[in-house]
Write a protein that binds this ligand. Structure first.
Ligand code: ADP
Length: 481
């Protein structure tokens, strides 16, 4: 039971069985810090996905018929196993994804927290008795599981993006077919090992690895799948929504961000710098709520930029498994190319490089933590997510101008600002067009609060008491007396 080697699986998990792809094809999973091949996993497609959906459908009925308390007991065991294997799961996550071991273990605790939270929330999916419009009728609502869920998750949080979909889905009485990101399927499979050990019945949590377009195509077109829950880019979110339109599926989409971070002239600048470092460089800048654009008011601009540059230069880059490392490699070569392109674009349009700006001497996909000042709104790094350890600072004069610059984007996931004047805090909080706002803090994520975006950053909320809503339908009963 406690041998951590059991957590490294090379097969997919469907209907409670560990299986290969029909044709025997595989894909390699590599460590971005070293290039080492960690394992291969099955290269599956539409046929295997269809089988997984059928297994999920069959498993769901008896699961939904159990009491929420019975479901909760199994989920609680799963949570407990994740926490007792936190170190092994964290190491596996660092090896396939690159983030520091401290962050990886933090992610495991964060991931597990969604299982614990929704085990509890599942017991509170109350219906209602509505005061009737007619003396001879009684009106009641039930809340029932939405049905089989197709979940598609990204590589930047290989564990947490799974549990915050699977936790509420299972707690609500749904079954899930998951396609994890091809770069990081090993954490997903390790979670399945622990779900099995926790006593989760076969067919409720299926992990299908392989072709994104083939698996995604089946999940979105299959009539049995009633809901798609996706975290990833806005571009793929649009595609999945389009593909799902034929069968009118419910959608939860957690898409790209372009998070602004504003520092006003009444801010505590040292606190703002600490918050900036936390929100910008976490996971080497590869989270959808990472700050993407800094806007700093003129009076505090120079001080903020000087202190941010110093803090950035102090960051330790290296293999996430090594002691004290804060910034690991980027996920792949494509990611580095995008970062390089954004830096080159900014420099060509007149930005000033204060530190970094190039690939790190460690080679591979390591990139130097970077600060640029003199950034302007027309530069690529203000228009789209850089997803790397690059801070670009824009200077602004008035509060209105800062807010307008922050809102000048199609995205609306997270935003951050530092200010101390209470009236300003309320004004800015109400004016920023994002689903989440960090005020005098750079870290906002927790299982107890609603995570999600507005505008083209997505639909629905994950975590909190709202997070289970996405997996429930309301059924209205009108009873004649
Ligand atoms: P990122 O840029 O973060 O990799 P993507 O949106 O490309 O974001 O990928 C997020 C997830 O979506 C991954 O699991 C990926 O495999 C999956 N994906 C990519 N293309 C498709 C597609 N055509 N259909 C379904 N899933 C897809």
């Amino acid at each position: 039971m406690s041998d951590p080697a059991r957590l490294l699986r090379r097969q997919a998990y469907v209907d409670g069985r560990w299986i290969d792809a029909d044709g025997g094809g595989t894909i390699e999973v590599t460590n971005p810090a070293t290039g080492e091949v960690l394992a291969t996993v099955p290269d599956m497609g539409a046929v295997e996905t269809r089988r997984a959906v059928a297994a999920a459908e069959a498993a769901m009925k008896p699961w939904a018929a159990r009491t929420a308390g019975e479901r909760a007991r199994i989920l609680r065991r799963w949570f407990g196993l994740m926490m007792s294997e936190q170190d092994a799961l964290g190491r596996l996550l660092t090896r396939e994804q690159g983030k520091s071991l401290t962050e990886a273990k933090g992610e495991i605790a964060y991931a597990a927290s969604f299982i614990e939270w929704f085990a509890e929330e599942g017991k509170r999916t109350y219906g209602e008795v509505i005061p009737s419009h007619d003396a001879s009728k009684r009106l009641v609502t039930l809340r029932q599981p939405v049905g089989v869920v197709g979940a598609i998750t990204p590589w930047n949080f290989p564990a947490a993006m799974i549990t915050r979909k699977v936790g509420p889905a299972l707690a609500a009485g749904c079954a899930v077919v998951l396609k994890p990101a091809s770069q990081t399927p090993l954490s997903a499979l390790a979670l399945a090992v622990l779900a099995e050990e926790a006593g989760l019945p076969p067919g409720l949590f299926n992990v299908v690895t392989g072709s994104a377009s083939a698996i995604g195509g089946e999940l979105t077109s299959n009539e049995t799948v009633r809901k798609i829950s996706f975290t990833g880019s806005t571009e793929i979110g649009r595609l999945l929504m389009q593909q799902s339109s034929q069968t009118i599926k419910k959608m939860s989409l957690e898409l790209g961000g372009n998070a602004p971070f504003l520092v006003f002239d009444d801010a505590d600048v040292d606190a703002a710098v600490a918050g900036a470092v936390a929100s910008k460089y976490r996971n080497a800048g590869q989270t959808c709520v990472c700050t993407n654009r800094f806007y700093v008011q003129a009076a505090v601009h120079d001080e903020f930029v000087a202190k941010l540059t110093k803090a950035t230069e102090a960051l330790k880059v290296g293999n996430g498994l090594d002691d004290g490392v804060q910034i690991g490699p980027l996920i792949d070569e494509k990611a580095v190319k995008k970062v390089e392109e954004h830096v080159a674009d900014a420099l060509s349009k007149g930005a000033t490089l204060l530190t970094g700006g190039e690939r790190h001497k460690l080679g591979r996909t390591f990139f130097q933590p970077t600060v640029l000042s003199g950034v302007t709104q027309d530069m690529q790094m203000c228009r789209e997510e850089t997803f790397g350890p690059v801070s670009g600072v824009v200077r602004f004069e008035t509060e209105e101008e800062g807010i307008a610059l922050a809102n000048d984007t199609i995205f609306g996931l997270a935003g951050y600002f530092y200010a101390r004047d209470l009236s300003r805090v309320w004004r800015v909080a109400e004016a920023l067009e994002t689903g989440m706002i960090g005020i005098n803090t750079g870290l906002i994520s927790t299982e107890v609060a609603p995570f999600g975006g507005i505008k083209q950053s997505g639909l629905g909320r994950e975590g909190s008491s709202h997070g289970i809503e996405d997996y429930l339908e309301i059924k209205y009963l009108c009873m004649g007396l």
